[in-house]
Design a protein. Structure first.
Length: 267
């Protein structure tokens, strides 16, 4: 399980990702709330604006567009897809356009990172991302009185004027590594590094782990014949896999527009 990428030698590399079962997802939004609480995301009195609301994880409702009794809906949780691209670094849309090297692809973990103190808000990455997963921070963060005491000390609070995104709760990986190091271990157990949205999902629809490790659940789940990825035809090679037994949902994932009745309508 050792790979060498760009002079990394024999250093073990990982490919962290998710498998989300859409047949289990109820659209409850627990993953969105857990993400906000874990990553110190502020909220506004009116958070309904899809353009200016601060969310790293969104849950979308889609429909097959057919009348009763053939009407059907599905919910799609959409974090950052942590694209790998065809050639790892330059194939990642956001990484290839960032002039300040704010965002980068880690060959060790497969995570697309974001360094907020470097960002000057040009938003090229937002324009390049085909999944619209990046959000621009329009305001200085504010919280109701007393709520600052509940902020996560492991996650920095971002300033106005920077672009934010899902980080796969990278601080949890750092914490797990520190624990393993203290115990004299190099390897992490699967359960030691889990994202907040994974743990919060009451339907157990989100599974997180190393997509390269045969012992991790995601490795087996991604091989499901009903597994797919969003806009796979673009070649971004995302690390978020979805599973659905519904054919129209799988078609929607690749922006399929066929005969009337197959067109997916946002809810």
């Amino acid at each position: 399980m050792k790979e060498a990428h760009h002079g990394e030698g024999d250093k073990k590399t990982y490919k962290y990702g998710m498998v989300i079962d859409l047949d289990k997802c109820t659209g409850c939004g627990a993953c969105m709330v857990a993400c906000m609480a874990e990553n110190n995301l502020p909220f506004r009195k009116d958070n309904s604006s899809r353009v200016r609301s601060m969310l790293w994880m969104r849950v979308y409702k889609i429909s097959n567009g057919r009348p009763f009794p053939n009407a059907d809906i599905s919910y799609i949780p959409r974090p950052c897809q942590h694209c790998e691209g065809k050639d790892h670094h330059h194939g990642t849309p956001c990484v290839s356009v960032c002039p300040a090297t704010v965002t980068d692809y880690s060959h060790e973990t497969g995570i697309v990172s974001q360094i907020y103190t470097r960002c000057f808000g040009c938003r090229y990455c937002m324009a390049a991302c085909p999944y619209h997963v990046r959000v621009f921070n329009w305001w200085d963060p504010t919280w109701p009185k007393g709520m600052k005491e509940y902020l996560n000390p492991d996650v920095s609070v971002r300033m106005r004027g920077v672009v934010e995104k899902c980080s796969f709760c990278y601080h949890r990986l750092q914490r797990a590594r520190d624990k393993a190091y203290a115990e004299g271990r190099r390897e992490l157990h699967e359960e030691e590094y889990q994202t907040a949205c994974t743990q919060a999902c009451p339907a157990d629809a989100i599974t997180f782990g190393d997509l390269k490790d045969p012992h991790h659940k995601v490795y087996k789940l991604k091989k499901n014949p009903n597994a797919f990825r969003l806009l796979e035809k673009l070649g971004t090679n995302p690390k978020i896999y979805y599973v659905s037994t519904k054919d129209w949902v799988r078609k929607a994932a690749d922006a399929y527009t066929g005969k009337q009745g197959d067109v997916v309508i946002p809810g």
